[in-house]
Design a protein around this ligand. Structure first.
Ligand SMILES: [Fe+2]
Length: 234
């Protein structure tokens, strides 16, 4: 896929200014994955170069989709094959600070470094399995839990609170809410994750913090075993 000079330049600007934020606010899992994924900072990376590092790490593969918004079911079909869909749309120069519509900067820079981590890959697999099987009512709960963890969750790291969600990793402004006193932080629980409102057209005012990826996995497995689609039993 060929991108224009302007699109590559947009990537370069987004990438370089976000690297500083990542160092300050991102969790260790992200930083390690980011270092190992070695994304280009000067142009939009090709899927070939991404997959050369991603596939050996966790078996996941980035695939291109021309569709900006895949339906939940289309998306889950990809995910069930361990394919992470990457849109070919990149935000315009006037939307550097905020795009309500996820673009390829969000998909690649926000999500893929964490997918380099086997534990996070397992988490994503648990979610995608539920997405694939859920009916409408269950889908709402799964997508709420996804949103408040994988997209906008925080994680406790030693005595600090760090960004975990991809929506934070790809947002220059929102990740800076992790500055002291910048965001209201509430302990994650499944119930909270389901109820916590989403902010789509603005930054969130409150974030949920998980203790660790392994604890989140255990919580989700327990919940989905009772209230989900039953995971592997069908
Ligand atoms: Fe996302």
């Amino acid at each position: 896929m060929k991108f224009t000079g302007e699109q590559n330049e947009t990537w370069k600007i987004l990438f370089n200014r976000q690297v500083e934020n990542i160092k300050k606010f991102a969790c260790e899992e992200f930083i390690t994955g980011f270092e190992n994924l070695k994304l280009s900072g000067s142009r939009i990376p090709s899927l070939l170069e991404i997959n050369r590092r991603l596939m050996p790490a966790t078996g996941w593969k980035a695939v291109r989709t021309p569709v900006r918004y895949l339906s939940d079911k289309q998306w889950a079909k990809h995910m069930a094959r361990r394919e992470f869909p990457i849109t070919n749309f990149i935000r315009g120069r006037k939307e550097l600070d905020f795009t309500p519509e996820p673009d390829l900067f969000h998909d690649i820079f926000g999500h893929l470094p964490l997918l380099m981590n086997p534990e996070v890959a397992e988490l994503i697999e648990i979610f995608s399995e539920e997405y694939r099987r859920a009916d409408k009512k269950k889908l709402r709960r799964v997508s709420q839990l996804w949103w408040n963890t994988v997209e906008f969750g925080l994680i406790r790291e030693n005595r600090e609170i760090k960004a975990f969600g991809a929506g934070l990793m790809s947002s220059f402004g929102e990740i800076q809410k992790l500055k002291p006193g910048g965001a209201k932080v509430v302990q994650f629980s499944i119930q909270r994750g389901i109820q916590q409102p989403r902010a789509v057209a603005s930054f969130h005012t409150e974030y949920l913090v998980i203790e660790s990826v392994s604890e989140l996995i255990e919580d989700l497995k327990g919940f989905f075993a009772i209230h989900g689609t039953g995971g592997g039993k069908k």
